[in-house]
Design a protein around this ligand. Structure first.
Ligand SMILES: Cc1cc2nc3c(=O)[nH]c(=O)nc-3n(C[C@H](O)[C@H](O)[C@H](O)COP(=O)(O)OP(=O)(O)OC[C@H]3O[C@@H](n4cnc5c(N)ncnc54)[C@H](O)[C@@H]3O)c2cc1C
Length: 287
């Protein structure tokens, strides 16, 4: 199938992009890396009359430390997340997740802004943003605003961004010294979307007690999910077998996984428990 004919606009500024979007009367789509939009156009799952290319907007580029936060521009490609030294140093969980996102060809074009804007519940980066307590910077007709990742993912492919608003950057509090991370997913084949995945970021005290921990799952529901019960089960405790088992039990209340023919909900729950156990042990082994 071929995409419907559309008008192509290469925006030079955020203001121009938002204005052109507004003029299209709900018939426009932004494009960044095109790795999700182009297949959707070809399958006519989306058929916008106007496509507004964000790739030429200079302010969406760059990774820098600014005002005490790591600022990752929306046009940062998945491949750059894997190799950028500032991301490796200050947001190591994102780097850990990057090799799990699709295949090298897609990682060379797909952008973190497009990925977060799309908010696919099976996607790795959205859950990592919850685990690292990131904020999403958004630009719209009323200017810039910031939304904590915890409040950004609202429902299936639905975010706190209004139609026409642009994800401009991800803002990350730099991981403090001694930060311990663990990330993995269970997929049928490497490069496939995961049946279940999770990212963890925490800190341990000198006596190996868990001081801080954030746990976020993906591919378990309509949005990425913080496992707050599991976090509470281990914070303040040594990460021994008893604490890990307690965290795994707490997951039953944290998660309400979806059911489908490929992966029944009960299997997702089981896989999530197994994965959490592995990741907590991996963290313990690093301390
Ligand atoms: C075969 C295949 C396998 C894949 N596997 C995975 C995987 O395992 N994990 C994973 O996470 N992803 C996977 N992807 C998706 C990939 O990561 C995409 O790159 C990503 O989801 C979208 O990024 P993009 O920059 O290409 O966005 P685009 O395709 O350009 O846009 C995606 C959507 O976001 C909107 N948009 C784009 N940029 C912005 C912005 N800055 N602000 C507001 N809206 C915007 C667009 O209008 C569109 O609706 C896969 C894709 C393919 C084709």
């Amino acid at each position: 199938m071929k995409a419907r004919a559309f008008t192509y606009v290469r925006a030079r500024s955020l203001e121009e992009a938002v204005t052109r979007f507004g003029e299209a009367d709900g018939e426009a789509s932004y494009i960044s890396g095109g790795q999700s939009l182009v297949p959707a156009l070809a399958l006519r799952l989306q058929a916008p009359a106007v496509i507004i290319d964000l790739a030429g907007i200079a302010t969406l580029r760059g990774v820098m430390l600014e005002d005490g936060a790591l600022r990752i521009g929306a046009l940062t490609r998945h491949a750059d997340v894997l190799t950028h030294p500032l991301i490796g140093a200050h947001a190591p969980l994102l780097r850990e997740a990057a090799p799990h996102v699709a295949h090298p060809a897609i990682r060379n074009r797909g952008t973190i802004g497009g990925n977060i804007a799309l908010a696919d519940p099976a996607s790795e980066f959205p859950a990592m943003l919850l685990a690292i307590d990131a904020r999403v910077e958004i630009f719209g007709p009323a200017g810039f605003r910031q939304v904590p990742a915890d409040d950004y993912f609202l429902d299936l492919y639905q975010t706190a961004a209004e139609p026409g608003e642009i994800v401009t950057a991800i803002l990350v509090p730099p991981a403090p010294p001694g930060t311990v991370i663990a990330m993995d997913e269970l997929a049928r084949r490497r490069g496939d979307y995961a049946m279940v995945g999770a990212g963890l970021q925490g800190r341990f005290s000198t006596d190996r007690t868990v001081e801080a921990l954030r746990i976020a799952f993906f591919s378990v529901g309509a949005t990425p999910v913080r496992a707050k019960g599991a976090e509470t089960a281990v914070i303040g405790n040594a990460l021994d077998a008893v604490a890990i088992a307690k965290a795994q039990r707490a997951l039953d209340d944290d998660l309400d996984p979806m059911d489908d023919e490929e992966v029944p909900a009960a299997m997702r729950r089981h896989l999530a428990r197994v994965l959490l156990g592995r990741l907590l042990q991996r963290m313990r082994d690093k301390t």
